[in-house]
Design a protein around this ligand. Structure first.
Ligand code: C5P
Length: 213
């Protein structure tokens, strides 16, 4: 299997941005697994129907939905709610493993970002990074993004909803957001995207070198 980089962390930590940049830097395929949960939540797809889909097919469908709708606070909370279902998680986990197993001939590996990539989906990923930041900073980032989409939401509402989602993601019975010793932690609270990205490159290079020995 081609190498997999697992990026996990809470909402608004910057994991999606870093994952995307790492994928492009290392010529790896990128899968934003949160987007899969968002599409399923937005379209209310039942478990039976998800089984017939692939990650690529779900992302293709996502392109037909306005990004502002998929990223809205209501869909974020709904995604977190359906993500508690053991049946849905089992199917989604398989879709993500299939993606990692076949990232395409042109790609040298894959980067998956989410909540449980390094703990459940691909526990033997060559590199695992846990990206985090303080709740206030994460809420400020989300607030700016939602404002760009003309949302009427206030900063306090974003913070409250982000804390509620963190709690839901960290306390669920199956595949909660958690980290262990196999992760390198990257706190992006006080860093620019460029600084965090440069650190992430170092972490990945280190892991890849380590596995080649
Ligand atoms: O990463 P993002 O904020 O887009 O994820 C939306 C929601 O999908 C999360 O709050 C989480 O509940 C769920 N999710 C998950 N496992 C993943 C990715 C996302 O449970 N691997």
């Amino acid at each position: 299997m081609k190498p997999v980089i697992a990026i996990d962390g809470p909402a608004g930590s910057g994991k999606g941005t870093i994952a995307k940049k790492l994928a492009s830097h290392f010529n790896f395929a990128h899968l934003d697994t949160g987007m899969l949960y968002r599409v399923i939540a937005y379209l209310d797809v039942e478990a039976d129907k998800i089984k017939e889909l692939s990650a690529a097919k779900i992302l293709e469908t996502a392109r037909e939905i306005p990004l502002s709708a998929l990223k809205s606070d209501a869909v974020s909370l709904k995604a977190s709610k359906i993500a508690k279902s053991p049946e849905i998680r089992e199917i989604m986990t398989q879709l993500q493993r299939d993606f990692a197993a076949s990232p395409g001939d042109m790609c040298d590996g894959s980067v998956l970002d989410g909540r449980d990539i390094g703990t459940v989906v691909i526990p033997d990923a060559v590199c695992k990074i846990f990206i985090t930041a303080s709740p206030e900073i994460r809420a400020a980032r989300r607030f700016r993004a939602l404002k760009r989409d003309n949302s009427q939401i206030t900063y306090d509402e974003v913070l409250e909803s982000l804390i509620a989602r963190d709690k839901q993601d960290q306390s669920r019975g199956i595949a909660p957001l958690t980290l262990n010793d196999s992760y390198v932690v990257l706190d992006t609270s006080e860093e620019t995207v460029k600084e965090s990205f440069l650190q992430a490159i170092k972490i990945v290079k280190n892991s890849l070198k380590f596995t080649e020995r």
